[in-house]
Design a protein around this ligand. Structure first.
Ligand SMILES: [Zn+2]
Length: 83
């Protein structure tokens, strides 16, 4: 179950989410983290129910990558460029 818009806006991880219609998900304009409607967060081909931190927090991001799950369903969501 996805959280509501206000909770997303005030997310403690520091993301700036926008609705990304093609992927049917919210995507952070800073780091590319995608929040899907099933409550999962996707980043760099991995996913977790826990929200990864936004850019700048490299130690915590690496920790998230280490503990998250490999994304076996990549075709279900679009690749988002975050150059
Ligand atoms: Zn972010």
């Amino acid at each position: 179950m996805a959280r509501n818009a206000l909770a997303r806006l005030q997310n403690p991880a520091g993301h700036h989410y926008i609705w990304y219609a093609d992927g049917n998900c919210h995507v952070c304009t800073d780091c590319g983290t995608a929040e899907h409607r099933n409550g999962r967060f996707y980043y760099l081909g991995r996913w977790s129910k826990d929200e990864p931190p936004c850019e700048g927090n490299h130690v915590a991001r690496q920790s998230w990558l280490d503990t998250s799950n490999p994304d076996e369903d990549e075709f279900k969501h679009a690749e988002v460029n975050h150059a």
